[in-house]
Design a protein around this ligand. Structure first.
Ligand code: SAM
Length: 298
């Protein structure tokens, strides 16, 4: 993919606020755990700092490798395709050391490109298989989960990871739909599952699409999002210098809970919690559910 590929669209959320709270210093060492389209990384580099950028998504990696050719050549930016769970290994792989990192940023979730352009079944209109893997090397897709999990297990998943109160009804409808599709050897498309949930839901005219919570739950499960975040944050704290900043932008309540839980960590002080301004929400509606926790290593 070329960096001019207009399909790779993503508007960074809380951009100015994140860079300010990271207290970016010239020649300081920063880690962007969610490189995506490189929006935050660009702003950090713009302050004269060095950045290690991680992402699991091949498209994000190749897009940024082209976007930042000069910075990579000058060894100001190091791009590593790795799950942020292995943040410590990524740091080692570029010759940086634990305890010398000046700031770490998480901007969780999906880029707009993944959501709209990648056709991986993240979007309710996708006429493609319900895949939902951010990393193509993962073995299990959302379609596989719908087939392999029992009705009860699916209902639990929708409830636990999506807070879906109609989880049982949705799991029942989905299992019978999957059975029909399997009998005809047909794939399970994202748009069909979204429509099925809409038809089954008691709240057809709700402001958010009735399939929002089920899609969120499947995405979290396929990508082990909560375990990755929990494990990564523990390692990230170790990597930071004293007084260095840890900035985490979350988009749903389960990520938020993990991020908030760090308030209990004896290694960190909570500095502040930041929400997008009304102006940002007006310009970029995807920012509306964002919350940014700012911590400082003691
Ligand atoms: C919201 S986007 C980041 C956007 C980026 N900050 C920007 O300004 O363009 C989130 C990115 O994190 C990546 N991602 C999600 N989970 C990850 C993980 N466990 N390890 C590494 N990257 C991950 C996704 O592939 C996606 O590209």
């Amino acid at each position: 993919m070329s960096s001019n590929d207009l399909n790779y669209k993503h508007t960074p959320v809380l951009l100015k606020e994140a860079v300010k709270e990271l207290k970016v210093k010239k020649n300081g060492k920063y880690i962007d755990c969610n490189l995506g389209g490189g929006g935050h990384t660009k702003a950090i580099l713009g302050k004269g700092a060095l950045v290690l950028g991680l992402d699991v998504d091949t498209n994000a990696i190749s897009f940024c490798k082209q976007k930042f050719v000069a910075e990579i050549k000058e060894e100001r930016l190091f791009i590593v395709q790795k799950n942020f769970l292995y943040i410590d290994r990524a740091v080692k792989s570029i010759g940086w050391n634990s305890g010398e990192i000046d700031g770490i940023l998480y901007d969780l979730g999906l880029s707009m490109y993944q959501f709209k352009g990648a056709k991986k079944g993240f979007s309710f209109n996708d006429e493609t298989k319900l895949d939902m893997r951010m990393n193509n090397e993962l073995q299990v897709t959302a379609e596989d989960l719908l087939r392999v999990l029992s009705e009860k297990q699916l209902a639990n998943l929708f409830y636990e990871y999506g807070g879906e109160v109609q989880s049982k009804a949705f799991a029942k409808a989905i299992k019978s739909f999957v059975k029909e599709k399997d009998a005809k050897c047909e794939p399970i498309l994202a748009k069909d599952v979204a429509q099925l949930i809409k038809n089954t839901s008691k709240y057809k005219s709700s402001r958010v699409h009735p399939a929002t919570r089920v899609f969120q739950a499947l995405r979290i499960a396929v990508n082990s999002e909560l375990d990755n975040l929990q494990g990564s944050l523990e390692r990230a704290i170790e990597l930071l210098k004293p007084n260095a900043r840890l900035v985490i932008i979350t988009f749903h309540s389960l990520e938020y809970a993990i991020s908030k839980n760090l308030e209990e960590s004896p290694a960190l002080n909570l500095i502040k919690i930041v929400k997008p301004s009304d102006e940002e929400i007006k310009e970029n509606i995807s920012s509306r559910s964002a919350t940014m926790h700012v911590y400082e290593k003691v």
